[in-house]
Structures are given as structure tokens and as C-alpha cells.
Write a protein that binds this ligand. Structure first.
Ligand code: PDD
Length: 320
């Protein structure tokens, strides 16, 4: 257990039983339909499609908020404590007080997951500085807006994992506090879209000649038995998936070095691996048109991805 978050579960509140949720989930599956996403918005539970907030919400007007994305496997949130702690850290980093404790947020997320009937799910949590008359200054006495939703996960493409992704390097045009997971993601979206326009799956961002991260993932470079990855400073998000992989590496016979990576090093890496909660581990096949290593997923990817899958499915002990 990570300090600061108790393992506490809220079961059966709001009078909803697991079997009822399961019946709905089976029904949607039988109809080959995606189970509809459900949301918790400021105390109300409703279909995500019906969740509405005020247009004066500062998340909408200023991108003034923080968020987390958590995966559930086999009905359990994965590495949830690390995500909740990062949510608190991001909120503190923008001077935003969370409207409730991490235990309460965790309880709502778990309850929504149970109600959704989904075995595997994606949980989105967002806190904004609330709705107030538009003014750059922070409002006073305005409650934050808390939104949590649970939906079927965007599963990373099995084909892409088998062949490897193609990536392009692009300038990192984001702000100077990328260690905070804020909802102001325009620069990330522009880079991702630019990558798509160039026929690529993802962009690796470069600031002053140094690799930072992907538009929504971290970057690991493999040289033999060594994993090299940029250190967790203000230039990158400290990814939970990255941390899980680095934690496991020594048990898998791999050493880890956290140091700045010059962009040129990408072109003579044996392997490049991207990590995120949603893509999990993704091997890179091509970078800026050049093959990475042998141009197919390598042995380090296979070892690390297998271990990560065992971890998410609880066949290995959880990260400390
Ligand atoms: N993004 N770097 C950035 C900029 C990210 O947005 C993310 C995750 C990561 C990987 O972090 P983690 O392993 O904790 O998911 C790194 C989420 C998935 C998103 O925005 O959807």
C-alpha cells in the first residue's frame, strides 16, 4: 500500500448489486453493443451522455483542472493508489483543493466500476476549479467540479503491438510543468494530430534536443539489457506504467538508467518502447522513417510486456 491512501472499498452503496450490473453488461455484450459509460458528477450518478456541467466551468473556459486515467482489469482498479496520489500532487501543483479525500474518490470510482458491470474498464477522473464568472483570477468560495466516469477501455491494437508503431519526432511545445497531469492538453493534441497527418501512430516530443515523452505516453529506450529513460523532472509526466516497468526490470535481468536522452540516441537504440495506462507497452517499429533495431518488436519488449500483463492480471506481486 502506498502511504496516504487507505485500501477502502465502498460496496453496495446506492443500493446497487453486482449481479444486477452483470445482467446489464451481459445484455449489452449479447447485443454486440458497448456497455454505456456511467458517470458521477458532483454527487449524481447518470449515463455519461447525460452528464452536463455549466459553460462557465473553468475546465471548459481555461482548461483549469487536473485529471487521471486508471485501468481496471478483472473488476479491480490497477495501481490505483499511485494514480490517486498523482491526482493530489497535480491538484496541489495548481493550487486546487480536491473536494473530497482520496479515499472517497477511490470509493466512488470502485462503486461506479461495480455498477458498470465491466470486467475491464477505463476510469476517467477530472477535477476543475469549478464554475464562476469568467476571470483569470481564481474564484473564491467556488466548489471544484468533480467528474468521474467508467467506460469500456480503448484497447490498444493487437496488430500494432505485433508489428510495432511508427513515430515521428516533433518539438515539445508544451508548458514548463509537464509533471502535473492537467487537462490543458492542446499542445499534446496538436502534436498527436500532426503525427497522424504524417501517417504515424504517435509523436515523440523533443525539447532543446532532448527527448521528453510521447503526446500521452512515456518513452523507454533499450540498449542490450539496459533501459534508458528520461528522469522525472518538470519536463515529463511521472507515468504509473513507466514506474511499474522500471520496478520490475531488475527481476527480469534488466538495469535501469534515468538520464536525459539526446534525440540522436533514438536512432541507434536496439528498441524503443512507449508506456501508458491505455497503450500499456507499445513497441516502436519506425522513427522518422528509419527502422528501430531489427524493425520489429524485440526481446526486451516481449519480456517487459509479458511481465506487465502478469502484473495487471495479478499473477505477480503489485508494485510497492
Ligand atoms: N496519459 N505522459 C503523458 C503526457 C500522458 O498523458 C500519459 C498518460 C503518460 C503515461 O502515464 P501513465 O502510465 O500513468 O498512464 C505519460 C493518459 C493515459 C491520457 O491522457 O489518456
Amino acid at each position: 500500500m502506498i502511504d496516504g491512501v487507505g485500501h477502502h472499498r465502498v460496496r453496495g452503496v446506492w443500493g446497487f448489486k453486482q449481479w444486477q450490473a452483470d445482467v446489464w453488461a451481459r445484455f449489452f455484450k449479447m447485443m454486440s453493443m458497448e456497455t454505456p459509460a456511467i458517470a458521477w458528477l458532483d454527487g449524481n450518478i447518470l449515463a455519461l451522455a447525460d452528464a452536463k456541467c455549466r459553460v462557465e466551468d473553468r475546465g471548459f473556459l481555461f482548461g483549469d483542472g487536473v485529471y487521471e486515467v486508471v485501468r481496471a482489469y478483472d473488476r479491480q482498479l490497477f495501481a490505483a493508489d499511485a494514480h490517486w496520489l498523482r491526482l493530489r500532487h497535480s491538484a496541489q501543483g495548481i493550487d486546487l483543493e480536491l473536494p473530497m479525500s482520496l479515499e472517497e474518490i477511490a470509493g466512488i470510482a470502485e462503486n461506479l466500476l461495480m455498477r458498470s458491470g465491466l470486467r475491464d474498464a477505463e476510469i476517467y477522473v477530472q477535477v476543475t476549479r469549478g464554475a464562476a464568472r469568467r476571470n483569470h483570477l481564481f474564484p473564491t468560495n467556488t466548489p471544484p467540479t468533480l467528474l468521474i466516469w467508467v467506460q469500456a477501455p480503448r484497447l490498444p491494437s493487437v496488430d500494432l503491438k505485433a508489428t510495432g508503431a511508427s513515430v515521428v519526432t516533433l518539438p515539445d511545445e508544451r508548458w514548463a510543468r509537464c509533471h502535473l497531469k492537467t487537462i490543458s492538453l492542446l499542445a499534446n493534441c496538436l502534436a498527436k494530430e500532426e503525427a497522424r497527418r504524417r501517417g504515424c501512430d504517435e509523436a515523440i516530443l523533443v525539447r532543446d534536443g532532448w527527448v521528453t515523452e510521447g503526446t500521452s505516453c512515456n518513452v523507454l529506450l533499450i540498449r542490450g539489457d539496459l533501459i534508458v529513460t528520461p528522469p522525472t523532472d518538470q519536463r515529463i509526466l511521472p507515468g504509473v506504467t513507466r514506474a511499474c516497468v522500471l520496478d520490475q526490470a531488475p527481476n527480469l535481468g534488466m538495469a535501469v538508467v534515468q538520464r536525459p536522452i539526446a534525440v540522436g540516441e533514438l536512432f541507434d537504440a536496439d528498441e524503443i518502447i512507449l508506456t501508458s495506462t491505455i497503450m500499456e507497452l507499445m513497441p516502436v517499429r519506425v522513427i522518422d522513417g528509419s527502422l528501430v533495431g531489427a524493425g520489429r518488436p524485440g526481446p526486451a519488449y516481449r519480456t517487459l510486456a509479458t511481465a506487465y500483463s502478469e502484473l495487471t492480471h495479478r499473477r505477480l506481486p503489485s508494485p510497492s
